[in-house]
Design a protein around this ligand. Structure first.
Ligand SMILES: [Zn+2]
Length: 255
Protein backbone atom coordinates (compact mmCIF):
# COMPACT_ATOMS: atom_id res chain seq x y z
CA UNK A 1 0.00 0.00 0.00
CA UNK A 2 2.86 2.35 0.88
CA UNK A 3 4.50 1.64 -2.44
CA UNK A 4 1.24 2.36 -4.26
CA UNK A 5 0.87 5.70 -2.46
CA UNK A 6 4.47 6.67 -3.12
CA UNK A 7 4.03 5.74 -6.78
CA UNK A 8 1.17 8.21 -7.04
CA UNK A 9 -1.55 5.63 -7.65
CA UNK A 10 -5.08 6.73 -6.81
CA UNK A 11 -6.72 3.33 -7.00
CA UNK A 12 -5.51 -0.21 -6.49
CA UNK A 13 -7.16 -3.58 -7.04
CA UNK A 14 -6.39 -6.84 -5.27
CA UNK A 15 -6.75 -9.91 -7.44
CA UNK A 16 -5.83 -12.84 -5.23
CA UNK A 17 -5.97 -16.10 -7.14
CA UNK A 18 -9.21 -17.90 -6.30
CA UNK A 19 -8.66 -21.42 -4.88
CA UNK A 20 -8.69 -24.42 -7.18
CA UNK A 21 -11.43 -26.94 -6.53
CA UNK A 22 -10.24 -29.88 -4.45
CA UNK A 23 -11.05 -32.22 -7.33
CA UNK A 24 -8.27 -30.78 -9.47
CA UNK A 25 -5.38 -33.19 -9.87
CA UNK A 26 -1.86 -31.84 -9.41
CA UNK A 27 -2.68 -28.16 -8.99
CA UNK A 28 0.24 -25.94 -9.91
CA UNK A 29 2.33 -24.81 -6.94
CA UNK A 30 2.46 -21.27 -5.50
CA UNK A 31 0.36 -18.28 -6.35
CA UNK A 32 -3.08 -19.78 -5.63
CA UNK A 33 -4.74 -18.90 -2.32
CA UNK A 34 -5.67 -22.13 -0.49
CA UNK A 35 -9.42 -22.48 0.08
CA UNK A 36 -9.03 -22.25 3.86
CA UNK A 37 -7.24 -18.89 3.54
CA UNK A 38 -9.50 -17.14 1.04
CA UNK A 39 -11.77 -15.62 3.69
CA UNK A 40 -8.70 -14.17 5.48
CA UNK A 41 -7.61 -12.61 2.17
CA UNK A 42 -10.97 -10.85 1.86
CA UNK A 43 -10.92 -9.75 5.50
CA UNK A 44 -7.44 -8.25 5.14
CA UNK A 45 -8.38 -6.53 1.86
CA UNK A 46 -11.45 -4.97 3.51
CA UNK A 47 -9.32 -3.82 6.45
CA UNK A 48 -6.93 -2.08 4.06
CA UNK A 49 -9.83 -0.54 2.13
CA UNK A 50 -11.08 1.06 5.36
CA UNK A 51 -7.63 2.06 6.57
CA UNK A 52 -6.70 3.87 3.35
CA UNK A 53 -10.12 5.37 2.59
CA UNK A 54 -9.71 8.92 1.28
CA UNK A 55 -6.06 8.37 0.32
CA UNK A 56 -6.15 5.33 -1.95
CA UNK A 57 -9.24 3.59 -3.31
CA UNK A 58 -9.05 -0.14 -2.79
CA UNK A 59 -11.03 -2.48 -5.04
CA UNK A 60 -11.30 -6.11 -4.11
CA UNK A 61 -11.37 -8.80 -6.76
CA UNK A 62 -10.07 -12.23 -7.55
CA UNK A 63 -8.41 -13.98 -10.45
CA UNK A 64 -10.21 -17.10 -11.62
CA UNK A 65 -8.51 -19.75 -13.67
CA UNK A 66 -10.40 -21.47 -16.45
CA UNK A 67 -10.05 -25.18 -15.83
CA UNK A 68 -12.20 -26.51 -18.64
CA UNK A 69 -15.93 -27.02 -19.07
CA UNK A 70 -16.00 -30.03 -16.74
CA UNK A 71 -15.15 -27.89 -13.69
CA UNK A 72 -18.35 -26.06 -13.22
CA UNK A 73 -18.18 -22.91 -11.23
CA UNK A 74 -19.19 -19.58 -12.62
CA UNK A 75 -16.66 -16.82 -11.82
CA UNK A 76 -19.04 -13.88 -12.03
CA UNK A 77 -21.66 -15.59 -9.87
CA UNK A 78 -19.00 -16.50 -7.30
CA UNK A 79 -17.77 -12.89 -7.39
CA UNK A 80 -21.29 -11.58 -6.83
CA UNK A 81 -21.81 -13.93 -3.89
CA UNK A 82 -18.49 -12.80 -2.36
CA UNK A 83 -19.26 -9.09 -2.87
CA UNK A 84 -16.23 -8.52 -5.09
CA UNK A 85 -15.63 -5.38 -7.15
CA UNK A 86 -14.18 -7.12 -10.19
CA UNK A 87 -13.76 -10.61 -11.58
CA UNK A 88 -10.58 -11.33 -13.52
CA UNK A 89 -10.47 -14.47 -15.64
CA UNK A 90 -7.44 -15.99 -17.25
CA UNK A 91 -5.97 -19.17 -18.68
CA UNK A 92 -2.83 -20.70 -17.17
CA UNK A 93 -3.60 -24.34 -17.95
CA UNK A 94 -4.23 -25.79 -21.40
CA UNK A 95 -5.41 -29.39 -21.65
CA UNK A 96 -3.85 -30.03 -18.23
CA UNK A 97 -0.53 -28.34 -19.07
CA UNK A 98 0.58 -25.38 -16.93
CA UNK A 99 1.93 -22.94 -19.51
CA UNK A 100 3.62 -20.30 -17.34
CA UNK A 101 5.50 -22.17 -14.64
CA UNK A 102 8.93 -23.01 -16.08
CA UNK A 103 10.27 -23.44 -19.64
CA UNK A 104 11.43 -26.95 -18.71
CA UNK A 105 7.97 -27.97 -17.59
CA UNK A 106 6.42 -26.50 -20.72
CA UNK A 107 9.00 -28.17 -22.97
CA UNK A 108 8.37 -31.57 -21.38
CA UNK A 109 4.67 -31.28 -22.24
CA UNK A 110 4.87 -29.97 -25.81
CA UNK A 111 5.22 -33.50 -27.21
CA UNK A 112 1.71 -34.25 -25.89
CA UNK A 113 0.40 -32.02 -28.68
CA UNK A 114 0.50 -33.70 -32.12
CA UNK A 115 1.58 -30.51 -33.86
CA UNK A 116 4.05 -29.50 -31.12
CA UNK A 117 4.32 -25.88 -30.01
CA UNK A 118 2.11 -24.58 -32.87
CA UNK A 119 -0.62 -26.92 -31.70
CA UNK A 120 -0.23 -25.82 -28.07
CA UNK A 121 -0.59 -22.17 -29.13
CA UNK A 122 -3.72 -23.01 -31.11
CA UNK A 123 -5.19 -24.91 -28.13
CA UNK A 124 -4.33 -21.97 -25.86
CA UNK A 125 -6.32 -19.55 -27.98
CA UNK A 126 -9.20 -22.01 -28.38
CA UNK A 127 -9.31 -22.31 -24.59
CA UNK A 128 -9.29 -18.52 -24.19
CA UNK A 129 -12.15 -18.33 -26.69
CA UNK A 130 -14.24 -20.53 -24.37
CA UNK A 131 -14.24 -17.86 -21.64
CA UNK A 132 -14.95 -14.91 -23.93
CA UNK A 133 -18.66 -14.99 -23.30
CA UNK A 134 -21.08 -12.44 -21.90
CA UNK A 135 -21.46 -12.50 -18.14
CA UNK A 136 -18.60 -14.93 -17.51
CA UNK A 137 -16.34 -12.34 -15.83
CA UNK A 138 -15.66 -8.62 -15.96
CA UNK A 139 -12.09 -8.69 -17.21
CA UNK A 140 -9.68 -10.94 -19.11
CA UNK A 141 -6.19 -11.15 -17.61
CA UNK A 142 -2.79 -11.35 -19.40
CA UNK A 143 -4.39 -12.42 -22.68
CA UNK A 144 -1.37 -13.85 -24.48
CA UNK A 145 0.36 -15.49 -21.49
CA UNK A 146 1.32 -18.45 -23.72
CA UNK A 147 4.20 -16.33 -25.08
CA UNK A 148 5.95 -16.14 -21.68
CA UNK A 149 8.84 -18.43 -22.69
CA UNK A 150 8.80 -17.61 -26.42
CA UNK A 151 12.31 -16.18 -26.09
CA UNK A 152 13.44 -19.83 -26.35
CA UNK A 153 13.38 -20.82 -30.00
CA UNK A 154 11.82 -24.25 -29.47
CA UNK A 155 8.99 -22.68 -27.45
CA UNK A 156 8.16 -20.14 -30.17
CA UNK A 157 5.47 -20.95 -32.75
CA UNK A 158 6.33 -20.92 -36.44
CA UNK A 159 3.48 -18.42 -36.89
CA UNK A 160 0.73 -16.86 -34.79
CA UNK A 161 -2.84 -18.18 -35.21
CA UNK A 162 -3.93 -14.74 -36.39
CA UNK A 163 -7.42 -15.69 -37.52
CA UNK A 164 -8.14 -17.42 -34.19
CA UNK A 165 -6.83 -14.44 -32.21
CA UNK A 166 -9.12 -12.23 -34.29
CA UNK A 167 -12.06 -14.42 -33.33
CA UNK A 168 -11.08 -14.11 -29.65
CA UNK A 169 -11.05 -10.31 -29.96
CA UNK A 170 -14.40 -10.35 -31.78
CA UNK A 171 -15.83 -12.46 -28.94
CA UNK A 172 -14.41 -10.11 -26.27
CA UNK A 173 -15.97 -7.12 -28.03
CA UNK A 174 -19.33 -8.88 -28.49
CA UNK A 175 -19.36 -9.96 -24.83
CA UNK A 176 -18.46 -6.46 -23.59
CA UNK A 177 -15.53 -7.75 -21.54
CA UNK A 178 -12.60 -5.58 -20.48
CA UNK A 179 -9.04 -6.46 -21.45
CA UNK A 180 -6.15 -6.07 -19.03
CA UNK A 181 -2.77 -4.74 -20.09
CA UNK A 182 -0.46 -6.60 -17.73
CA UNK A 183 2.94 -4.98 -17.25
CA UNK A 184 4.54 -8.03 -15.62
CA UNK A 185 5.39 -9.39 -19.08
CA UNK A 186 8.13 -6.78 -19.38
CA UNK A 187 9.89 -8.55 -16.47
CA UNK A 188 9.39 -12.05 -17.88
CA UNK A 189 11.53 -13.94 -20.45
CA UNK A 190 9.27 -12.76 -23.32
CA UNK A 191 10.13 -9.13 -22.33
CA UNK A 192 6.83 -7.78 -23.64
CA UNK A 193 3.63 -6.65 -21.94
CA UNK A 194 0.60 -8.94 -22.13
CA UNK A 195 -0.96 -8.75 -24.65
CA UNK A 196 1.19 -7.73 -27.60
CA UNK A 197 0.91 -4.37 -29.33
CA UNK A 198 -0.67 -6.04 -32.35
CA UNK A 199 -3.40 -7.58 -30.19
CA UNK A 200 -3.93 -4.28 -28.38
CA UNK A 201 -4.32 -2.52 -31.73
CA UNK A 202 -6.90 -5.15 -32.70
CA UNK A 203 -8.70 -4.51 -29.42
CA UNK A 204 -8.65 -0.74 -29.97
CA UNK A 205 -10.11 -1.17 -33.48
CA UNK A 206 -12.97 -3.15 -31.97
CA UNK A 207 -13.62 -0.60 -29.20
CA UNK A 208 -12.67 -3.03 -26.42
CA UNK A 209 -12.20 -1.23 -23.08
CA UNK A 210 -8.86 -1.65 -21.32
CA UNK A 211 -7.65 -1.77 -17.76
CA UNK A 212 -4.11 -2.08 -16.44
CA UNK A 213 -2.43 -4.34 -13.93
CA UNK A 214 1.06 -5.04 -12.67
CA UNK A 215 0.41 -8.62 -11.47
CA UNK A 216 2.36 -7.75 -8.33
CA UNK A 217 3.36 -10.70 -6.18
CA UNK A 218 5.40 -8.47 -3.88
CA UNK A 219 4.95 -4.84 -2.73
CA UNK A 220 7.79 -3.50 -4.90
CA UNK A 221 6.04 -4.73 -8.04
CA UNK A 222 2.90 -2.63 -7.49
CA UNK A 223 2.60 -0.26 -10.44
CA UNK A 224 5.69 -1.73 -12.09
CA UNK A 225 6.72 -0.10 -15.34
CA UNK A 226 3.68 2.18 -15.33
CA UNK A 227 5.82 4.96 -16.86
CA UNK A 228 6.48 2.71 -19.82
CA UNK A 229 2.80 1.78 -19.80
CA UNK A 230 1.83 5.43 -20.15
CA UNK A 231 3.81 5.56 -23.39
CA UNK A 232 2.03 2.46 -24.66
CA UNK A 233 -1.40 3.89 -23.82
CA UNK A 234 -0.50 7.12 -25.62
CA UNK A 235 0.65 5.11 -28.64
CA UNK A 236 -2.73 3.36 -28.66
CA UNK A 237 -4.60 6.66 -28.29
CA UNK A 238 -6.25 5.47 -25.06
CA UNK A 239 -7.51 8.23 -22.75
CA UNK A 240 -9.79 6.26 -20.42
CA UNK A 241 -9.49 2.95 -18.62
CA UNK A 242 -12.23 0.74 -17.27
CA UNK A 243 -12.66 0.37 -13.50
CA UNK A 244 -15.08 -1.65 -11.42
CA UNK A 245 -16.92 -1.24 -8.16
CA UNK A 246 -19.42 -3.89 -7.04
CA UNK A 247 -19.01 -5.43 -10.50
CA UNK A 248 -20.33 -2.22 -12.08
CA UNK A 249 -18.11 -0.79 -14.77
CA UNK A 250 -17.04 2.82 -14.67
CA UNK A 251 -14.38 4.93 -16.32
CA UNK A 252 -11.03 6.11 -15.11
CA UNK A 253 -9.83 9.20 -16.92
CA UNK A 254 -6.11 9.31 -17.59
CA UNK A 255 -4.54 12.66 -16.81
ZN1 LIG B 1 -2.60 -15.02 -13.82
Amino acid sequence: MQHALHSGLREIGFSGHYPYPGALRNPPPDCVIPAEQFESYLTEARRLRNKYAGRLSVRIGAEFDYLGPEISFHPLEVSRALGLDFCLCSVHIVDGVVIDHTPGELRSCVSEFPGGIDDLYRRYWETVLEICRPGWCTTLGHLDLIKKFSNESDLRPSSQPVELIGRVLDAIAAAGLVLEINTSGWDKPCAEQYPSLEILRGAARRGIALTVGSDAHSPGDVGRKFDRLRGLLAQLGVSTLARFENLERGEYLLL
